[in-house]
Design a protein. Sequence first.
Length: 335
Amino acid sequence: MFEPNKIIVTGGCGFIGSNFVHWVVDNTQCDVVVLDKLTYAGNPENIAGLPEDRVRLVVGDICDAALLDELVPGVDAIVHYAAESHNDNSIADPSPFLHTNVEGTYQLLEACRRHGKRLHHVSTDEVYGDLALDDPARFTEETPYHPSSPYSSTKASSDLLVRAWGRTFGVQATISNCSNNYGPYQHIEKFIPRQITNIICGIRPKLYGDGKNVRDWIHTEDHSSAVWTILTKGTPGETYLIGADGEKNNIDVLHAILEGMGQPADAFDWVRDRPGHDRRYAIDSTKLRTELGWQPQHTNFAEGLAQTIAWYRENEAWWRPAKEATEAKYAKQGQ
Ligand code: NAD
Ligand code: TDX
């Protein structure tokens, strides 16, 4: 059992990173240094109000080796969430994805090597490519890498760097590959919050392609408990898949949002498909459940979705400033 007293959480002002920081404060004694560049996706309000003696925000870039040399000696481990995370943005401009996802992970690995610290690397199921809708298979830790988009190829690259630094330099690192998250603080460029906030704004929701693409949904709080489990109980050098058996196609999710917000089932627009759009993701998380004893708590998607809709209704001041620019970007792409 690894029991860290203080960790760096990179990307701790983003969606999943900030939910993890809340989870750590609420469920452990561990203190947190959030290292975040505050890109368009990072918002310090996501961690506002947390106790100052437990959580400190350092605004900076994970590619800044000198800054890492200041911060890393003072902690027991790094939990690495920082990334450029949106597929559509990676198609419009891949360059920041190379910088943060590849170079940034490299700099963190080198800092862990210099200072003898542990790393937990947060990655995605998208590194495995996609499955056919009628394929009974799900992704496992043994599935070959086959990424489709600039985003997922940079995440795959970062995973391979972590494995190589473990094997060649002995860096103590674990990797997790998680399925699609939903919950509070998710940027409104992503599918679920985009549609919820569209409806609140009187804009019709937008569905890509034929709407039959399947995503395997997990509540972000379950992702947080899984990452903490892997950090503290996982074996360095190992990869663990995180998922909560939440496969659903996009049109069913959109119908659930429309119904939950009192809209007719056909009150949306079909729009241009995403180039290279992955068909289906599905996670088999047996290893994490049997070896480390993790279980998801939020297994009722309808309930989690209703809470998420309520959160966006109650926190309009949080998302409203980004809405116009986000939709303008999509309009330019015909989406
Ligand atoms: P997000 O885009 O909401 O947040 C990313 C955060 O990283 C932001 O706070 C941003 O300011 C910060 N950041 C970006 N570049 C940085 C840099 N160079 N230096 C320091 N900070 C930087 O992303 P998210 O959806 O919360 O995803 C977090 C992580 O989880 C990513 O690594 C992503 O690949 C992974 N992941 C996401 C999902 C999902 O469903 N969203 C699923 C599986 C894995
Ligand atoms: O307006 C939309 N309409 C639509 O039909 C948007 C924004 C998306 N979609 C579709 C595309 C996908 O099939 O919804 C699905 C989900 O899209 P995103 O929210 O963009 O997520 P996805 O591309 O599946 O990637 C997400 O999960 C894996 C995260 O953004 C990644 O960071 C994570 O690695």
